[in-house]
Design a protein around this ligand. Structure first.
Ligand code: HEC
Ligand code: HEC
Length: 370
């Protein structure tokens, strides 16, 4: 994991080491027994070739390995104190103009860091046009927001803070308000010496916290790491479909099940033209970012406009329900899945749920009036 070696350790790093050991042991065992791998590399479990997608399954499994560490950028390096300050700010309603909503009002940990609404509800009950996406596993995201119009977590914070349909805050007023909280004044002075409290330092702390929001180990991860009993046969069949006949991994690829790219998946067209709005390329019309699929059962309703209520309906959309138009992704093809295949896929998606700790911080009080 040379790429991530400047990052902070993930809780699961010890398990990754164990997983490497398990793979090495499996390799050795296979070499000794000269198990018939049928041309697949020796670190993959041999499977029943009559199963749909078997060959693809054993090779694909390796493409979903969890990374060992979180990447943090050099210009906003990780420290525990910075992440902790970011956590407090994320949960603090004083960040909004009316001191009534925090980032966590819309990005709620118990709802997979979403809000359970079709489209978000900002300060003064302002209706946002889009569905709140999750903020987990964003340390690996190449671009942010449904249309990718912002490149970094640091630069993203400005949008919700100031947008009239989110927190509607005046950035200068915010700096003064936070400076009146002694614990914040001290924390910013210690963590950002000479830089004070500003949009830049507030954003840096929040972004560091966000990078630490990583979904925990799931049954699927244990299976990828070599524990064959971690998934039952239904979920294994679901995975074979995911990387085989249903071709979900043409877009939902890698350990977080997102290619970080933008696609038109043929949802009924609304006013929102997605990425086209700022690239003005016809191929980007109605294109939105591929969401990751971890903890997906907590994150209903689905899609950028919250237009699909259940996971089963999402699968029905892919199976048969999408609109043909010039911008439709070439990966979108009729799948001809039957009900039992849809059930297998659903069961597989459920195996991507993790039981994550929710740590809600205590917020520091304002200085008492003199
Ligand atoms: C009113 C509800 C609401 C509040 C409050 C809110 N967000 Fe969001 N958040 C959204 C919506 C809706 C989007 C999608 C907007 C878009 O794509 O245009 C979003 C998108 C994001 C994304 C991009 C996720 C991705 O996958 O690209 C991040 C990161 C984020 N918000 C962080 C924050 C932070 C940090 C705060 C607090 C400073 C915050 N949000 C406050 C509703 C909210
Ligand atoms: C062409 C690329 C592509 C393919 C193929 C694809 N998806 Fe998606 N998926 C996306 C994009 C892009 C979105 C978001 C679309 C939007 O909101 O407009 C999405 C959304 C989803 C969502 C909702 C996530 C959320 O946070 O709301 C689920 C669940 C999902 N896909 C599962 C699947 C499954 C299962 C398959 C295979 C049957 C599949 N996808 C195939 C690109 C793809």
């Amino acid at each position: 994991m040379g790429l991530f070696n400047k990052g902070s350790p993930l809780k699961s790093s010890t398990l990754s080491a164990r997983c490497l050991l398990a793979i090495a042991t499996a390799c050795l065992a296979q070499a000794i027994a000269a198990a018939p791998c049928n041309g697949t590399p020796c670190n993959e479990t041999p499977c029943n070739e009559t199963e749909p997608g078997c060959e693809a399954t054993s090779a694909a499994r390796q493409r979903f390995q969890r990374p060992a560490t979180i990447p943090h950028p050099a210009n906003n390096p990780y420290s525990e104190a910075r992440a902790e300050l970011g956590r407090q700010l994320f949960f603090d309603p004083r960040l909004s103009r009316d001191n009534d909503i925090s980032c966590a009002t819309c990005h709620q940990p118990a709802l997979g860091w979403e809000d359970g609404r079709a489209t978000a509800l900002g300060t003064d009950s302002a209706r946002h046009r889009r569905h709140t996406p999750t903020i987990h596993n964003l340390a690996w995201a190449p671009a942010l927001l449904w249309d990718g119009r912002t490149p970094t977590l640091e630069s993203q914070v400005w949008f919700p803070l100031t947008a009239h349909d989110e927190m509607a805050q005046d950035v200068r007023a915010l700096a003064e308000e936070l400076a009146a909280v002694p614990a914040y004044a001290e924390a910013f002075a210690a963590l950002f010496p000479g830089r004070g409290i500003s949009l830049i330092t507030v954003s840096a702390a929040i972004a560091t916290f966000e990078r630490t929001v990583v979904t925990g180990e799931t049954a699927f991860d244990r299976w990828v790491a070599g524990d064959d009993s971690a998934l039952d046969d239904t979920a294994k069949r679901g995975f074979a479909l995911f990387v085989g006949k249903a071709r979900c991994d043409s877009c939902h690829s890698g350990w977080n099940f997102s290619d970080g790219q933008f696609h038109d998946i043929g949802l009924p067209a609304g006013e929102d033209v997605g990425r086209f709005m700022f690239t003005r390329q016809e191929s980007d019309r109605f294109a939105f970012k591929t969401p990751g699929l971890r903890n997906i059962t907590l994150r209903a309703p689905y899609m950028h406009d919250g237009s699909i209520a259940t996971l089963r309906q999402v699968l029905e959309h892919y199976n048969q329900g999408f609109q043909q138009r010039p911008s439709l992704s070439s990966h979108m093809q009729p799948l001809h899945l039957d009900t039992s295949e849809i059930n297998d896929l659903l069961h597989f998606l459920e195996a991507l749920d993790s039981d994550d700790d929710i740590v809600v911080p205590q917020l520091p009080p304002r200085a008492p009036a003199p």
